[in-house]
Design a protein around this ligand. Structure first.
Ligand SMILES: [Zn+2]
Length: 413
């Protein structure tokens, strides 16, 4: 049993900052209250203690949409805009980048995707793919995958044959209290517009539905989605790259839909979730001439996905929850939630299931105290410690393709 105390942290509760200590037992939060470290009667010899020096501690960030298998670059397309995901997929699958990706083992691609997410301060990612693809790597990747779900690829004439069909998959999801995850309306063509009707016909629109994209929908469709209690995942960077347009996300918000944020996959999406947050904030203002608060953005990557994916013990920090949290540098004495102006280099500490995964160099003792294997990497010119071996990973990738491969989502030199 390991017991670790992080003292002197600032936690936001209902928007108000509060000074707390975090008491972590193994993979769970045991207590998170002011002076938790003092009142708990813990044998000091059995306790490790670290001072967070008044920095804000955020619940671990959740990336609600990615396909780790496709974590490779450079991005494809962008200059020409498409009407359907299929047109883009055909372009991608016929590209040299895709041919090069095919030379790399699927396990390495999953590690690339997992480190991409870790550098975006992500602690859990929804990897939308049939389960058997990522199952072998679930327990070893540096971030957690949300892996209990039912799925379809999409609802349309050219959907890929994932799962047992939306009707059965939704039914099983509802029985198991798990999400049913599908792309929906990923495009601007007839097929995309009609996809909601197909979902309704399959009786797969309800509170267990997690709908990725929903690009072409207007008030009538959004009202149906809202009434059903379904969740939507917004991937603005990817949408604009492929289609030159994105979901009318404010309409979804105004109608009370549970909104989550995702990076989507690397060929069309953002480098990581921190970049997606910055982009979403800017785009929202450009589209609606209205500021979206960082508190709302934080909901999109914490409590909202927790609700959508039916995982109550992630997305918030309280006793009994997974010990997943994120701390940024330069956050001392800050009295405001501030996540839309962050980048990888500002990450001070990421803890997943009680275990540190990425940190500033001054946390080195934490890794050695816990016996965690790490490498020292450079992020934006700063030394960081990262669990596992991403530098060796890049070497393996380079060896697979026969030249020194650099990936913009892993700028760790
Ligand atoms: Zn997708």
């Amino acid at each position: 049993m390991s017991l670790i105390t992080y003292t002197n942290a600032v936690l936001f509760e209902s928007g108000e900052p509060k000074q707390v200590d975090l008491l972590i037992q193994d993979s769970l939060v045991k207590d998170i209250t002011p002076n938790a470290a003092l009142v708990k009667n813990v044998d000091p010899s059995n306790k490790l203690s670290y001072d967070l020096r008044g920095k804000i501690v955020y619940p671990g960030f959740i990336n609600s949409h990615d396909h780790l298998l496709a974590s490779y670059l450079p991005k494809i397309g962008g200059a020409t805009k498409h009407n359907s995901w299929l047109a883009y997929d055909n372009l991608y699958k016929s590209s040299g980048v895709f041919a090069e990706r095919q030379q790399i083992e699927i396990e390495l691609l999953h590690y690339l995707g997992a480190y991409k997410n870790l550098l975006g301060a992500v602690t859990s990612v929804q990897d939308h793919i049939p389960h058997n693809i990522h199952k072998p790597f679930l327990d070893s990747l540096p971030v957690k995958l949300i892996h209990n779900y039912y799925l379809s690829h999409s609802l349309g004439n050219y959907s890929l044959g994932w799962g047992e069909g939306p009707a059965l998959e939704y039914k099983l999801a509802a029985q198991a209290n798990l999400p049913f995850i599908t792309h929906l309306g990923e495009g601007l063509d007839e097929d995309s517009i009609n996809s909601l009707k197909k979902l309704e016909k399959a009786e797969a629109l309800g509170e267990f539905s997690v709908l990725i994209h929903c690009l072409p929908f207007g008030p009538r469709e959004v009202e149906k989605i809202a009434k059903a209690g379904a969740s939507v995942v917004w991937c603005p960077t990817s949408n604009l790259h492929i289609f030159g347009k994105t979901t009318n996300i404010k309409l979804f918000m105004d109608m009370g839909v549970n909104v989550c944020l995702g990076t989507d996959f690397s060929p069309s999406g953002s480098s990581n979730l921190l970049e997606e947050l910055r982009f979403a904030k800017k785009l929202f203002f450009d589209l609606y001439e209205e500021e979206i608060s960082d508190r709302t953005l934080l909901d999109w990557i914490t409590v909202n996905p927790s609700k959508a994916f039916k995982i109550p013990n992630i997305g918030s920090l309280k006793a009994g929850c997974s010990a997943d949290f994120v701390v940024f540098e330069e956050d001392e004495k800050s009295s405001e939630i501030s996540i839309s102006n962050k980048s990888s280099g500002q990450i001070d500490l990421i803890v997943i299931d009680g275990s540190p995964r990425l940190a500033s160099i001054h946390h080195k003792k934490l890794f050695s105290d816990l016996g965690i294997d790490f490498e020292i990497i450079k992020l934006e010119g700063k030394d960081k410690i990262v669990a596992g071996s991403p530098l060796s990973l890049l070497k393996q990738v380079s060896a697979s393709v026969g030249y020194k491969k650099e990936l913009a989502f892993l700028p760790i030199f």
